[in-house]
Design a binder for this molecule. Structure first.
Ligand SMILES: Nc1ncnc2c1ncn2[C@@H]1O[C@H](COP(=O)(O)OP(=O)(O)OP(=O)(O)O)[C@@H](O)[C@H]1O
Length: 302
């Protein structure tokens, strides 16, 4: 597999405080890479380092097979579109006027601008001033600005932040279309649900560290779903298993976290039976990606 972005040990510290800690990013070409983590976990800082907007304290970044640094930055940025933090654009100008500025700055032709505007479905809104746009429209104009250069890689920092469900769905659908058209997209969010259905690869940050990187299926298989036990005396079973397994009672079912082997399950069942408790059901809980994500970011890793 070839990676469009690769970093090794990428690190950023501010005043002795490490906010991005030894990241080995691997973004496969053609993927939608969902870059997830709670607020303050270091997503924006990482994206800015990938774009060489801020200088890493340590480690390296390769983009499109070349090291990203001050001397290669200009050339590499020609192939990267980005939207970092708030949507760009002058509020007192129309969408068309804003696009014209980008066109002149980058020396683009009309067809490239038209293509970008149509891709984000903003062609009917270009005569309006940006200050009259909804947040979703501003975000889409920002994406059009990033797209106009026809980048191979698009880096979007929280493009769905603050949007209503319809706006979020529009951005998701846009990202899918871009990926189908061959653009690799890195998109950050602090809400898993906003990128979950779109991302083909996930990178999860917690306190500056990468606690998971891989496909959704890999994430599920790496996380251990809770064990649910139905038995004749759930209250007594829960108190027996509370200390070793943090057992909780949910209605008449005993829930255990982190039981990760068949042997451990057999030991638990044997222990209950030995105490005269009849075990009539042992199953794994169905887990949602959200619960895996919450467990990961709260617990600091797999
Ligand atoms: N210029 C700076 N000087 C000092 N600390 C900074 C600077 N920029 C970011 N930080 C700190 O680095 C940490 C990571 O911030 P960052 O913005 O990268 O997180 P994030 O995951 O993108 O969160 P959010 O979604 O809230 O933007 C935070 O604790 C932030 O306060």
């Amino acid at each position: 597999m070839s990676f469009i972005v690769e970093s090794s040990n990428l690190t950023k510290a501010y005043g002795g405080r490490t906010v991005v800690d030894g990241l080995d990013l691997r973004i496969p070409e053609g993927s939608v890479y969902g870059f997830l983590g709670p607020n303050g976990s270091g997503k924006s800082t990482t994206m800015k380092m990938l774009l060489s907007l801020i200088r890493p304290t340590g480690g390296e970044v390769e983009v499109l097979g070349q090291p990203m640094n001050r001397s290669t930055r200009r050339q590499l940025l020609g192939s990267i579109g980005s939207l970092i933090e708030s949507p760009p654009g002058y509020a007192h100008l129309t969408g068309a006027e804003n696009m014209r500025i980008v066109q002149r700055l980058l020396g683009l032709d009309d067809a490239q601008v038209d293509f970008a505007v149509k891709t984000v479905r903003m062609h009917d809104q270009m005569g309006k001033r940006v200050r009259e746009y909804s947040l979703g429209m501003k975000q889409r104009l920002g994406i059009a600005m990033a797209l106009a250069r026809q980048p191979k890689l698009l880096i979007l920092d929280e493009p769905t932040n603050g949007l209503d469900p319809a706006g979020i769905e529009e951005i998701r659908e846009l990202l899918r279309r871009l990926a189908d058209g061959g653009v690799t997209v890195m998109v950050s969010s602090h809400l898993l649900g906003e990128v979950d259905k779109t991302a083909t690869v996930l990178g999860i940050l917690s306190q500056g560290r990468m606690i998971f990187q891989g496909t959704r299926a890999e994430l599920f298989s790496a996380a251990t779903p809770d064990l649910l036990i139905d038995c004749s005396d759930p209250r007594r079973a829960q108190s027996m298993l509370a200390r070793a397994h943090g057992a909780r009672l949910e209605d008449a079912t005993v829930r255990l976290a982190g039981v990760d082997s068949d042997q451990a399950i057999a030991g638990i069942v044997t222990g209950l039976v030995a105490e005269g408790i009849g075990v009539h059901g042992v199953r794994r809980d169905e887990q949602t990606l959200e619960s895996v994500f919450m467990g990961l970011t709260a617990g600091g890793g797999l």
